[in-house]
Design a binder for this molecule. Structure first.
Ligand code: FES
Length: 161
């Protein structure tokens, strides 16, 4: 029910679409890929959620397989699940178009407070593609070094102990 003046009430503010609920309860492509072509780990410093995406890319630059591991909220799980579905079978350039907006649209939207979760999915794909590009000494048009790839930081942190 909409509150007066079209302002969403508390309930609507946190309401999830059926697709979000489905991908949260039955996430697709959970797991890891052994010897991946690229892997990217990103995190959100504010909520502490972490997402890792593995890519298996064939010699023609087509994403054969994609898996994820997410330590985070329900929306982060749902967006990772949808993001992996969207990039599977795509070329690298097509995968670059799987933005957080595209993931959100495919999920029929997210509550405003959960938009950052979909951003994590976009960043994780980019981080995995960056890793692939570095390993293969190639440049991917439009791809910049991921800011929040925490992979190295994580290892550095562990070494301190
Ligand atoms: Fe941070 Fe969802 S609350 S990723």
């Amino acid at each position: 029910m909409a509150a007066a003046g079209g302002v969403p009430n508390q309930e609507e503010k946190y309401m999830y679409s059926e697709k979000v609920m489905d991908h949260f309860q039955n996430p697709r492509n959970v797991g890891e890929i052994e010897n991946p072509s690229g892997v990217g780990t990103v995190g959100n410093a504010k909520c502490g959620d972490i997402m890792r995406i593995y890519l298996d890319i064939d010699d023609n630059g087509i994403i054969r397989d994609c898996k994820f591991k997410t330590f985070g909220c329900g929306a982060a799980v749902a967006t990772s699940s949808m993001a992996t579905e969207l990039v599977k079978g795509k070329s690298i350039q097509e995968a670059m178009e799987v933005t957080n907006k595209a993931v959100m649209e495919a999920l029929d939207g997210l509550p405003p407070v959960k938009v950052h979760c979909s951003l994590l999915a976009e960043e994780a794909i980019h981080a995995a593609l960056w890793d692939y590009a570095e390993k293969n000494h190639i440049k991917i048009t439009g791809l910049t070094k991921p800011k929040s790839d925490i992979h190295e930081g994580e290892e550095a942190e562990q070494e301190e102990y």
